[in-house]
Write a protein that binds this ligand. Structure first.
Ligand SMILES: C=Cc1c2[nH]c(c1C)Cc1[nH]c(c(CCC(=O)O)c1C)Cc1[nH]c(c(C)c1CCC(=O)O)Cc1[nH]c(c(C)c1C=C)C2
Ligand SMILES: C[C@H]1O[C@@H](n2cnc3c(N)ncnc32)[C@H](O)[C@@H]1O
Ligand code: SF4
Length: 451
């Protein structure tokens, strides 16, 4: 039986599954976590802890039709000024609860489009971050860059406030694909921004690209990937386009009859991944590629890769404080998400309390499953000895819980000693296997395609 046949037998071509950037996935968050819980969780952060910040800028100049991110369009800077005031006020609320002697291990400025902020607002925001808590010596400061909405003064301002990594939205370079997804962006413009970033000393660049878009075929995909390779990014995220128009209303603009089917998606994915591998990139997790020497390649080699709301990360902190509308925080005790509409977010902040609207408090059972799913998504294995040590559960008991997995996935999962390992096509089946460990999995869940 061919490898495609084995995948078909698994039902992969019809399956839908969460992307497991958290466990439980964010659509299972409930209303039992609110501002008071979050205040307590902040107060309980240990002295000296390493803390990560995620700052969300939920505005874009253009609203690309494929995009499933929480963001709104604005043609002027007018909403940005009050929004930055609210971010500052939210930082003050966090500051009042969080111990003083923690350090920042990672700051990520994401969106939306952070690069639509004018240079002076970028500098103001930078001052707020600098005044919040000291950076750890090895702190990473990454920023999401839209090459069509940035220029030299903004890059200089970002570099001045400490940006040392950048993630560039590419998606696809083919003009006919770009037209179909409402995102026009020339190769030349992208190349110029890459050069500007490198000139300003940012020498760690990621690019996001997508497979599964309308009108993509193997030839166009290969062309697009070659163009990406010519810019030599240190990392690439190759995401499968998630068509979820019931969640992201603007996706109704995407012609669904021009979307590749699951088998075509597999060929597109394979075309891209082969090119990255041929070019010497290391395959990481289900959707990342990194040059040898890049910190993500190192983290993968040393089994220290982690997964959070931004996808794969080298950030080792268990504490991620998300600031801004719709931002999600992770504490050892659980998850908390802010109001997603900017008006509700603004009202909550004005009341001087965390803007939390929902979340999830973790039970010991959740913590175990979350750890197993993260290990599976990062390493394609369950190391029962390691899990046993971390959760105080005997290996025999853990084995009992997971033994059905190699039985249910005989072609793709094997048991070797105290390890349950994904073997063939691990990056394709990982989400399906993870769903086996998901107590909240809903067969009717309206998730994106598993492939
Ligand atoms: C940069 C934009 C973001 C991406 N993910 C998130 C943001 C802000 C965070 C996020 N991802 C999901 C949720 C829950 C949805 C909610 O109502 O709050 C949040 C807050 C899950 C999710 N993300 C995508 C889909 C289709 C879903 C639904 C659930 C699922 O199918 O798992 C699409 C998507 N968003 C981003 C990426 C990279 C991506 C698909 C590859 C970025
Ligand atoms: C932050 C990154 O999220 C990715 N992204 C945004 N929307 C979607 C979607 N519907 N499906 C897959 N990936 C998406 C883009 O690649 C962007 O650059
Ligand atoms: S892809 Fe980026 S620029 Fe386009 S709508 Fe989404 S967040 Fe905005």
């Amino acid at each position: 039986m061919s490898s495609i046949e084995r995948l078909r037998r698994l039902g992969l071509f019809d399956a839908r599954a969460p992307r497991y950037t958290s466990y439980p996935p964010a659509n299972h968050f409930g209303e039992n976590v609110g501002p008071n819980t979050v205040a307590h969780w902040l107060q309980a952060v240990p002295s000296g802890a390493r803390v990560s910040l995620y700052l969300h800028i939920p505005y874009c100049r253009r609203l690309c039709w494929f995009c499933a991110c929480r963001t709104q369009g604005t043609s002027t800077d007018r909403p940005l000024i009050p929004y930055l005031d609210q971010l500052r006020a939210e930082m003050a609320i966090v500051d009042a609860n969080l111990p003083k002697d923690v350090v920042l291990s990672h700051v990520h400025l994401g969106g939306g489009t952070p690069t639509l902020l004018p240079p002076e607002m970028i500098r103001d925001l930078g001052r707020d971050i600098a005044a919040f808590r000291p950076w750890a010596e090895d702190c990473e400061f990454s920023v999401e860059i839209d090459p069509t909405e940035v220029d030299k003064p903004r890059i200089e301002a970002l570099q001045e406030i400490g940006m040392n990594r950048a993630s560039i939205g590419v998606q696809d370079f083919d003009p006919s694909v770009q037209e179909c997804i409402g995102r026009i962006q020339s190769f030349e413009q992208t190349r110029d921004v890459v050069e500007m970033l490198r000139d300003s000393g940012v020498n760690s660049l990621n690019m996001d690209i997508l497979y599964g878009l309308p009108h993509q075929d193997k030839g166009r995909m290969a062309d697009s990937v070659q163009k990406v390779l010519s810019l030599a990014p240190d990392r690439v995220a190759l995401y499968g386009y998630a068509h979820v128009p019931w969640m992201a209303k603007r996706q109704v603009m995407i012609p669904s009859d021009a979307l590749p089917n699951a088998e075509e998606r597999l060929h597109l994915f394979d075309t891209a991944r082969r090119l990255f591998v041929w070019d010497g990139y290391r395959e990481i997790g289900i959707d990342h590629y990194a040059r040898e020497g890049d910190s993500m390649a190192e983290a993968d080699r040393s089994n220290t890769l982690r997964r959070n709301f931004q996808g794969y990360t080298v950030d080792d902190s268990d504490l991620l404080i998300g600031l801004g509308a719709s931002a999600i925080s992770r504490y050892p005790q659980g998850f908390a998400q802010n109001h997603s509409t900017s008006s509700r977010y603004a009202t909550a902040i004005a009341e001087g309390r965390p803007a939390t609207v929902r979340g999830h408090a973790m039970s010991p059972e959740d913590l175990l499953r979350s750890d197993m799913i993260e290990m599976l998504m990062c390493r394609f294995e369950l190391d029962l000895d390691e899990l046993s040590a971390r959760h105080g559960i005997p290996v025999v008991e853990l084995r009992e819980r997971v033994l059905h997995i190699p039985r249910d996935f005989p072609d793709h999962v094997e048991e070797r000693g105290n390890r349950i390992r994904l073997t063939e096509n691990a990056r394709l089946v990982a989400r399906l296997v993870a769903a086996e460990l998901d107590q909240y999995a809903m067969p009717e869940g309206r998730h994106s395609r598993a492939l």
